[in-house]
Design a protein around this ligand. Sequence first.
Ligand SMILES: Cc1cc2nc3c(=O)[nH]c(=O)nc-3n(C[C@H](O)[C@H](O)[C@H](O)COP(=O)(O)O)c2cc1C
Length: 234
Amino acid sequence: MSLDQVQCIDQIIQSRQSIRAYLKTPIDRQIIEDILNVAARAPSGTNTQPWKVYVVTGCKRSELIDRVCQTQTEIFKKPELAQQYQETFVYYPEKWVSPFIERRRENGWGLYGLLGIEKGDKDKMAAQHLRNYQLFDAPVGLFITVDKVMGIGSKMDISMFMQNIMLAAKARGLDTCPQAAWNHFHRIVLEVLDASDQEELVCAIALGYADPDAIVNQFVTPREPAENFAFFLD
Ligand SMILES: Cc1cc2nc3c(=O)[nH]c(=O)nc-3n(C[C@H](O)[C@H](O)[C@H](O)COP(=O)(O)O)c2cc1C
């Protein structure tokens, strides 16, 4: 591999960021198929390739957005309703501890700060949260499911597949945002997608062309250097 290729790959990895405002520009179906074909080169335990992807656009996208936004809006008014919309697998810890809680807060307030949302401004926070369920205006939503028969390891496989999607998209001038937010509404999502009872929603990805003028897209998150998390043993 040449130095140029190494720099190119590093550049794609480093320039990927979660994009939360998109242009309405549609994406050619062929480009999406190319991204999915290349992403499917992801490794998976014993090559099980456990991913299934629903590429949602047009009327289906509108139906999904309408149904979930309506439900989320009802939850804002009556927070006790949230109990009815639990994820199928737990993503985050029940009790947050350091250093994760600090990073999480920095992330949340960094994003809100950029958007001019102050602590306690519940309406603006709710509106920003709702943007998740509008796919941040991305023309394409990728909804990834797994067969319930598969074990927890399949979620590792799907994570690698997702990262490949995001990098292959970036290489084609497209941007993404992985979205676990949809998992709370898995029952609605799977019903609209006409998925079988055997499927579990793992994650969604918003896919589209970034809006270059949207301030939210200027949000670049920090990373710890390797020296803080890697331990070289000899
Ligand atoms: C599995 C997964 C689920 C995520 N879900 C959401 C989500 O629902 N909404 C959102 O705005 N960002 C979501 N994110 C994006 C993270 O907030 C983001 O990756 C993190 O802050 C690092 O920023 P970066 O992606 O710009 O590098 C998710 C990321 C991952 C990996």
